[in-house]
Design a protein around this ligand. Structure first.
Ligand code: AMP
Length: 250
């Protein structure tokens, strides 16, 4: 459906208007993507965004962009957040929630949303429920991608990201057409700081700690779908669409 959404209002803040906003969709999908760092949520979000029109809303992308574009102009809270992100630690709930609240328009957008990396803790999930309830919208499904830790580490090792348009590639699983350069905008691909081995270890540990209660919360509400992340991005994508169709038709 869509080719490339600019997501300006999400990435740069509410004072920015999206140049390519999603179309108004009669039944917009509002989906949360969960899974350990490296499982491929970003890749699946891009594929899903093309298929269902909703924007890929990643909190990690906001912090990476803040660091890349305005290192001197950061507020003290954002500066602390970026430092924590670079070390692989979680940013404080307070900072993440302020950032998400400022971008409430993206959560109520008639194109729907694909949240990636948020919520990450129970207090973020509870705050999101309150925000959405107040706006009269609800999450349709929470997709949790499953993959063994060994495979996760191998995936992160090969991951390459475009610093400009955020497209994600993998040296083996999803190689760009021209080695080392983004297929979408031609920029040289990079290894994210938080994909370096020391940060990866911390990220995996903090993911397990914070995700367990979150999964129980969404399971109890009957909104949690498990999708195996084994195989190519297209295979995982096809499984995701099947699981979502079955869930949303219930
Ligand atoms: P991600 O791209 O989702 O793996 O996020 C990269 C990094 O950004 C994480 O390791 C955290 O440091 C920070 N971050 C992103 N989203 C959140 C969140 N919801 N809560 C706390 N920290 C976050």
């Amino acid at each position: 459906m869509n080719l490339l959404r600019d997501r300006s209002a999400w990435l740069h803040g509410p004072e920015h208007r999206c140049q390519q906003p999603p179309p108004h969709i009669e039944h917009p999908r509002r989906i949360v993507l969960l899974g350990a760092p490296g499982v491929g949520k970003g890749t699946q979000a891009a594929l899903l965004s093309s298929a269902i029109g909703a924007c890929h809303l990643s909190t990690g992308d906001i912090f990476r962009l803040a660091r890349a574009t305005s290192p001197r102009g950061l507020t003290p809270a954002m500066h602390a957040a970026v430092e924590r992100m670079t070390r692989g630690e979680l940013v404080s709930d307070q900072t993440v929630l302020r950032i998400v609240r400022e971008r409430l328009g993206c959560l109520t957008c008639r194109g729907g949303f694909l949240l990636d990396g948020f919520p990450r803790t129970m207090s973020q999930a509870a705050a999101l429920e309150v925000l959405l309830q107040h706006e009269g919208v609800r999450i349709d499904a929470v997709v949790r991608y499953d993959l063994s830790e060994l495979e996760l580490i191998a995936r992160i090792g090969g991951r390459r990201t475009c610093p400009v348009c955020k497209a994600v590639f993998h040296t083996q699983l999803r190689p760009p057409k021209r080695a080392g350069f983004c297929d979408v905008c031609g920029t040289e691909l990079v290894v994210r700081d938080d994909d370096l081995p020391a940060a990866v270890h911390i990220r995996q540990r903090s993911y397990v700690e914070s995700a367990t209660p979150l999964l129980a919360f969404y399971r109890e509400q009957g909104r949690l779908l498990h999708v195996s992340a084994v195989g190519t991005p297209e295979e995982v994508f096809s499984r995701t669409l099947t699981a979502l169709a079955a869930h949303c038709e219930r």
